[in-house]
Design a binder for this molecule. Structure first.
Ligand code: SF4
Length: 381
């Protein structure tokens, strides 16, 4: 099965969190918040018999409302937030003497793999939490007063393409004074199963909109769902922060990997700096890249790793279609959403600007560090 090969936690059968979520939805003392990862909108219709062109993002939002969630937020919004933090972290990194490269850290399958097999690199992981953890921490901080006044508590559910996100949500260090950032994680398959259990007629749903203020996102945030997307989104904003101009580059052609060199790389000239970047997906490919870094036969400034081949669109929690490689087809959905978006830079997201004004101050501020950053070396695994 796909989980055996793709699930980096080694969870051959995923823990089912459906009943925990149904209990929260039925509890009048709970405000339920749900967020949806980028990769879900490319695949959720597959398990409920809705053709890809009809399984729109708007219908997916309405499906979540039909299940009874009080707020429907978009993990893409928090992907933009992650980019704000990670792009600034990268700028500080390249200006420092820190060891190279800095690694992305939004994939818990990769973080866990690094902690178990390549602990020498754990100190080089970006400290920015992954988008769904950032959204959970932010939602709880923003809603704490409202929940207190109503005598209720906030329960955050993430719908993810990923079994490793269940592990990540349970990491005790990923919490704030408001409790765990995320209370339960549903995979795409569990989401589809809930829709079938509760007889939601998905083909007939109207087009819905995400709730404010954690619902608006840019094309850059959407790209998180495919291999190379985090790197591209981070460098778009980092280049703008450094030069004041919008760059026009696509970071890497991720189809160019070979069996001997199963990652792709590129050197980019940004603000007069020659930045060497590399992108790998799949843990066997990752091991080859890390061995080359360790041996000194490769060296980079910024490296993106995704544990699943093709990135989250091919994640272990996505609908399983036997003998079909859907990752590139699903990636095309995300590229099309990015291309059609009027906002393609995370820092242009007006709701992100508003969140910094209202709560966080600026990227890497004390408040941002408290809510949005972690030290993976301290994680219990
Ligand atoms: Fe999860 Fe995405 Fe990482 Fe796969 S690539 S383990 S789906 S975060």
């Amino acid at each position: 099965g796909q989980c055996v090969t793709h699930c980096p936690t080694g969870a051959l059968t995923a823990r089912d969190d459906t009943s925990k979520v149904l209990a929260a939805l039925a509890d009048p003392q709970v405000i339920t918040v749900v967020q949806v990862a980028p990769a879900i909108r490319s695949a959720w219709g597959e398990g409920v018999g809705v053709p890809r062109e009809e399984a729109t993002q708007g219908r997916m939002v309405s499906a979540l409302r039909a299940l009874g969630f009080d707020r429907v937020y978009d993990t893409d919004f928090a992907a933009d937030l992650t980019i704000m933090e990670e792009a600034n972290e990268f700028i500080e990194w390249v200006k420092s003497e820190k060891p190279r490269p800095m690694f992305t850290s939004c994939c818990p399958g990769w973080v866990r793999f690094a902690k178990q097999h390549y602990p020498q690199f754990v100190g080089q992981l970006s400290t920015s939490k992954s988008p769904h953890e950032m959204l959970g921490a932010t939602a709880k901080a923003l809603m704490s007063q409202e929940a207190y006044e109503q005598g209720k508590r906030v329960f955050v559910v993430s719908v993810m393409p990923c079994i490793a996100k269940k592990y990540e949500a349970g990491v005790p260090q990923l919490s704030t004074e408001a409790g765990p950032d995320v209370d339960a994680v549903l995979t795409t398959r569990e989401f589809d199963r809930m829709l079938r259990m509760l007889n939601v007629n998905c083909a007939d749903l109207p087009e819905g909109d995400f709730d404010d203020p954690l619902g608006l996102s840019t094309g850059a945030g959407t790209l998180f769902g495919r291999t190379g997307g985090v790197m591209e989104a981070a460098l778009r904003s980092a280049a703008f922060f450094l030069t004041g101009e919008k760059p026009d580059f696509s970071t890497c052609d991720t189809t160019a990997a070979t069996p001997e060199r199963p990652w792709v790389d590129k050197t980019l000239d940004i603000a007069g700096m020659q930045l060497r970047i590399a992108i790998a997906s799949g843990l066997s490919n990752t091991a080859v890249l890390l061995d080359a870094l360790e041996a000194g036969t490769a060296s980079y400034d910024f490296v993106e790793i995704m544990a699943c081949p093709g990135g989250c669109v091919g994640g272990g929690g996505q609908p399983i279609a036997f003998n079909q490689e859907l990752a590139s087809e699903r990636a095309a959905v995300l590229n099309a959403l990015d291309g059609a978006d009027t906002l393609r830079f995370s820092h242009e997201n007006p709701d992100i600007k508003a969140l910094y004004d209202r709560l966080l101050g600026e990227p890497l501020s004390e408040k941002a560090e408290e809510l949005l950053h972690t030290n993976q070396a301290e994680w219990d695994i």
